[in-house]
Design a protein around this ligand. Structure first.
Ligand SMILES: C[S@@+](CC[C@H](N)C(=O)[O-])C[C@H]1O[C@@H](n2cnc3c(N)ncnc32)[C@H](O)[C@@H]1O
Length: 283
């Protein structure tokens, strides 16, 4: 297998799309916006969870992705008519944004909350290989939120152990399979700090898994508007415990290599761990 990462002159990933020129949400959603919509730098802040007058995804769904993030990604890296896939769709924000922008969209979740999201494990998607132009995924970040009772939910796995990363590696392999060569992956994730336990650099761990088979296109820091960040007791605990509350999410923008080569997580610290873990030697 070619070792792409060490080549002096890696093949260029063509930018899939130029911005369409539209800088406001499509008709029907349009309303005066109180802040930037089309992001120009690698530090993104969004004025509200949803753009325009309507909602994308479901209000109140814990862990919903801010729709501006998906809008900006799709606007830059896909074209009308392209197939956008979300393998962990939650409340369906990706579906709604993709439809607003005239993209085709398919969404899956282990515990679907809407009839237009198919029930499937993201590690085994009922989709042919090399079909998707763009995959957006906002996975669970460790086991902080209870998404469903399904034991296959990756949100039941703590980022303190290998099981979370092995599950995410399998999810990334499946994403790699369904993406067209040169297709784009947007992975939205945050690190984790657990009081009394420590810091888990989930972003960099997942980046190193993706690096085996994807080419980095860009890395964006997205300001978090999690209500906990402003709560006195959280702030006090962070000050007293000398740790930081998570103030940003990563948006890793990666491209499947044009020749489709590589497999996520074949090297690095996870190499060989899957069998060990399955035999119960490691937790
Ligand atoms: C952070 S939420 C996604 C939020 C979504 N982007 C939105 O805006 O609503 C993570 C989702 O991953 C789903 N999930 C967890 N494990 C899964 C698996 N093995 N296969 C498919 N979906 C899974 C959970 O059910 C949850 O809905």
């Amino acid at each position: 297998m070619a070792d792409f990462t060490r080549k002096k002159n890696p093949p260029k990933i063509s930018r899939p799309a130029k911005p369409s020129g539209r800088r406001q949400p499509p008709p029907g959603n349009g309303e005066a916006l109180s802040g930037p919509l089309f992001m120009h730098t690698t530090l993104w802040d969004y004025p509200s969870q949803n753009y325009g007058g309507s909602k994308q995804g479901q209000t109140g769904f814990a862990g919903a992705t801010p729709s501006y993030v998906i809008w900006n990604l799709l606007e830059r890296y896909s074209r009308p008519g392209d197939l956008v896939v979300d393998p962990m769709a939650g409340s369906g924000t990706t579906l709604d944004v993709a439809r607003d922008l005239g993209r085709k969209a398919l969404a899956y979740d282990i515990s679907p909350r809407r009839s237009d999201i198919f029930r499937a494990d993201c590690r085994q998607l009922p989709l042919e290989s090399a079909k998707a132009h763009l995959v957006f995924v906002d996975p669970p970040y460790s086991d902080h939120l209870d998404y469903s009772d399904d034991p296959r939910c990756i949100g039941k796995l703590s980022a303190a152990g290998d099981a979370y990363y092995l599950a995410m590696r399998d999810a990334l392999r499946e994403i790699h399979r369904v993406l067209r060569p040169g297709g784009i992956l947007g992975l939205y994730v945050a690190d984790s700090f657990v009081k009394g336990s420590g810091f888990y650099p989930i972003g960099f761990e997942l980046f190193s898994i993706m690096r085996e088979s994807f080419v980095p296109v860009d890395i964006v820091a997205v300001c978090r508007h999690n209500r906990n960040l402003n709560m006195g007791n959280y702030r006090r605990a962070a000050a007293e415990g000398n740790f930081f509350l998570r103030g940003f999410n990563y948006l890793f923008i990666m491209a499947k290599k044009p020749d489709g080569a590589g497999e996520p997580g074949t090297g690095g610290r996870l190499a060989g761990k899957a069998k060990e873990w399955q035999r119960g030697k490691k937790k």
